[in-house]
Every structure is written in C-alpha cells, then in structure tokens.
Design a protein around this ligand. Sequence first.
Ligand SMILES: NC(=O)C1=CN([C@@H]2O[C@H](COP(=O)(O)OP(=O)(O)OC[C@H]3O[C@@H](n4cnc5c(N)ncnc54)[C@H](OP(=O)(O)O)[C@@H]3O)[C@@H](O)[C@H]2O)C=CC1
Ligand SMILES: Nc1nc(=O)c2c([nH]1)NC[C@@H]1CN(c3ccc(C(=O)N[C@@H](CCC(=O)O)C(=O)O)cc3)C=[N+]21
Ligand SMILES: [Mg+2]
Length: 285
Amino acid sequence: MTAELIDGKAIAQALRRRIAERVHALQERGVVPTLAVVLVGEDPASQVYVRNKVAACAEVGIRSRKYEFPADVTVERLLACIDALNGDAEVDGILVQLPLPPHIDETLVLERIAVAKDVDGFHAENVGRLVQGRECFWPCTPHGVMQLLAWEGIEPQGMDAVVVGRSNIVGKPMALMLLNAGATVTVAHSRTRELAAHTRRADLLVVAVGKPEFITAEMVKPGAVVIDVGINRLPDGRLVGDVAAEVREVASRITPVPGGVGPMTIAMLLENTLLAAQRRRGTAP
Ligand SMILES: NC(=O)C1=CN([C@@H]2O[C@H](COP(=O)(O)OP(=O)(O)OC[C@H]3O[C@@H](n4cnc5c(N)ncnc54)[C@H](OP(=O)(O)O)[C@@H]3O)[C@@H](O)[C@H]2O)C=CC1
Ligand SMILES: Nc1nc(=O)c2c([nH]1)NC[C@@H]1CN(c3ccc(C(=O)N[C@@H](CCC(=O)O)C(=O)O)cc3)C=[N+]21
Ligand SMILES: [Mg+2]
C-alpha cells in the first residue's frame, strides 16, 4: 500500500478563504479583528513563525500588531505589556510566541492573558474547559489536526488513537480532543515501555515528539492514518517530520512535512482570532 498524502497546505488555504469571508462580514459591521503577537528575543525560527502569522492575518483581513522585546526583558515589562493588551478594547487575540527565554516563567506570562483573548488556548481556564468538553479556545495545532480529519472524512469516534508526545501545546490537548470526539486514546511519551506495541495498535497515530524519522514502518499498523506533527530542521537545511518516509508504504493516509499540520496551525490561529472577535464583540453566530 502507498499512503495517500493529506494536503494540509491546500486544506488550510481553503479554510483561509472561508475565514476571509467571515472577517469581511464583520468588517462590514465596523469590526476589524485584531491579533497582538508578542515576540521575545532573536531566535530566527520564532521570527520566521511570527512573520508567517502576521502575513496570514493580512491575507484574510485580520489586523495584527507585533510587540518585540530583547531576550533579557524583565518579566515585569512583559506582564505590563500583556496587561495593556488585555485592557485594549481593539485587541481581540493575544499570542505570546514560545519558547520564552529561560529566566521568564512561561506559565506566569500565559496565565496573565485574558481568557477571552487567549487564542492559543494555553491558559489554565481554557485547558480546564477543554478537559470538560466545554466551549473554549482550542490550541491551534491539535485544532488543526481535528480539522484535517474532518476535511478528510475521518471520524475519530470509536477509533483506537495513539498520541505520541504529552506536551501542553500539542500532545495533551490532542489527546483530549480525540477523547472528546469519541476515540479510545492512548498517550505515549519518553517513559512509555514497548512504544511500538502501542503504536502498532493505532488506527490513528498522531506523532508530536520532535525527533526526525522517529516512527518507522514496523511501528505502524497497515492501513493506519498517520498525522506527523513534528517539525525538524536537519543540518543540511531540510525540514522533516517525526515519521520516516518508509511509513508511506504502510499507512493508508499520512500528512507530509512540510505542507501537513504546520499550515493548519496558522489557519486555526486565524479561526480562533475571528472567534475571539465575534465573542468579545457580541457578534458570535
Ligand atoms: N506543525 C506544527 O504546527 C507544530 C509542530 N511542532 C513540532 O512538534 C514536535 C513536538 O513539539 P512539542 O510537543 O512542543 O515538543 P516537546 O519537546 O514539548 O514534547 C515532546 C514530547 O515527545 C516525547 N518524547 C521524547 N522522546 C520520546 C521517545 N523517545 N519516545 C516517546 N516519546 C518521546 C516527550 O516525552 P516526555 O514528556 O516524557 O519528555 C514529550 O512528551 C516538535 O518537532 C515541534 O517542532 C510543535 C508545535 C506546532
Ligand atoms: N505561542 C505559540 N503558539 C504556537 O502555535 C507556536 C509557538 N508559540 N511556538 C512555536 C510552535 C511551532 N508552530 C508552528 C506553526 C506553523 C508551522 C508551519 O507553518 N510549518 C510549515 C513550514 C514552515 C517552514 O518552512 O519553516 C509546514 O509545516 O508546512 C510550523 C510550526 C507554532 N508554534
Ligand atoms: Mg516545549
């Protein structure tokens, strides 16, 4: 079997067109959805991501503002910036690009963001709402994966799903979304024994580890749907996921890297910012 590629880039583009229509409808009522992006330090990868986010906002008619701080910024200055954005009626969404420098307590900063503006969905109140299956902002990357599955007509209900990785930004919220959608979910991580015994049972395998070619063909059940969240930059400059190329000979469908989950993450940031604008300004459908 050779897996069919799930074209996240094309699906994200289609979603952005729909988002743009909804943004324009809001603009006709005098509302311009606005995202504030906070960037700390000079990490080149973070700068590229932020530039891509700002460009994606512009494409759909979302206004964005960039707040840049040096790597040695004090936590007090960052918190003051977030307080100002929380109090700014024009700002609908606030995103603090991660990772933050080691001397900054990430949790302290993320918890300062007003829950109604937390378009990344990292605030503990949003996470708690996700656990309970209530309305909240869904973290963009797993949200993007759920949209990919829906677009592909893959219904998680009843599936044996295995998520490899348990980070707060990808693995854990991914597992919760799949659980809420009715999948039987296993979450594996670096302490898991017999990882392959778990992954081989998966009808749906989501991999968010951060290690190139980590998942090999013998770890995958024939016919499985494989979602590769990993983004790894190799020394030769190539961008690869966490799943080895040979898995394409085993899986039924698989996301490529680049062009899979990454573009969906950006599309979901736009979706969440639009939702924040609709909710905050009382125009939610
Ligand atoms: N496409 C996109 O939009 C995005 C892609 N990414 C990419 O996804 C990947 C994961 O990101 P993130 O979740 O932030 O990464 P983290 O480093 O925060 O988490 C990695 C997870 O993988 C687990 N892990 C590490 N080694 C092993 C192993 N040998 N066996 C099993 N599990 C292991 C860790 O386990 P433990 O908890 O025990 O340490 C941890 O839970 C990265 O490549 C990142 O660049 C991230 C965000 C968005
Ligand atoms: N507060 C916060 N929110 C995030 O959502 C967040 C973050 N911090 N820090 C970093 C990670 C990583 N992340 C990606 C987003 C898009 C692509 C993406 O578009 N990737 C393209 C390739 C881009 C390239 O060529 O480098 C693709 O996969 O096709 C990748 C990774 C969001 N993150
Ligand atoms: Mg991390």
